[in-house]
Ligand binder design. Structure first.
Ligand code: SF4
Length: 203
């Protein structure tokens, strides 16, 4: 592909992305729209090879309109920084884009209404590695029967993705002992990213 074609294709992808974002901003497909302050579309690089997926926005995220900006998000950011993952390598989103009241899990019908947006984001981003943060994200992404304490750190190859389930950072704020496993899982994420980079399989 020559430079002109490449620029044209990037512009097309960006337009698609912006259209999707504005569709989400006015979405009322499930009950969660009623109490939201902001739709939380995601944050990170549009060239990401890693997509971190949580379950849904909390209070801070709802207020700021960005995912993982509260205490759990700060912990995630610290780990990403410690791993020296380039900013261009990851994007962060959730199963549902509006806050479930009281930080409850999203209901199945809410997840079913919202997940097509995440699918479309994934289709546009084309990440290679999906990191499921916690049980809820893992259930919706690859296995409804997942047991996160048992299944974290496994590497699932499905539909062209490498899927790595791990703990949700909010869980680690309550369970200090989980941090070392989370770190191990994140090292695995980095290892796959580096392996792909060595094989020129990533951007
Ligand atoms: S959670 Fe998703 S489907 Fe429900 S209103 Fe928000 S954007 Fe729409």
């Amino acid at each position: 592909m020559n430079v002109e074609d490449n620029n044209e294709s990037k512009a097309k992808i960006h337009t698609e992305w912006e259209l999707l974002k504005s569709e989400c901003a006015s979405c009322k497909k499930c009950e969660l729209h009623k109490k939201r302050t902001n739709v939380v579309f995601g944050r990170g690089s549009e060239d990401a090879d890693i997509l971190f997926i949580g379950e849904g926005p909390g209070e801070d995220e709802d207020r700021e309109g960005k995912p993982f900006v509260g205490r759990a998000g700060k912990l995630l950011d610290q780990v990403i920084l410690a791993l020296e993952l380039p900013k261009s390598s990851y994007y962060i989103a959730n199963i549902v884009k509006c806050r479930p009241p009281g930080n409850r899990d999203p209901k199945p019908e809410e997840a079913a209404a919202c997940i097509p947006y995440l699918r479309r984001q994934t289709k546009i981003l084309k990440p290679k590695i999906l990191v499921c943060l916690g049980k809820v994200a893992s259930q919706y992404i690859y296995n409804k029967d997942v047991k996160i304490t048992k299944d974290r750190g496994k590497v699932i190859k499905q539909k062209g993705f490498i899927i790595i389930p791990t703990f949700h950072p909010a869980y680690l704020l309550r369970n200090e002992s989980g941090k070392k496993y989370f770190w191990e899982d994140m090292l695995l994420v980095r290892k796959y990213l580096h392996e792909m980079s060595d094989k020129n399989e990533i951007r």
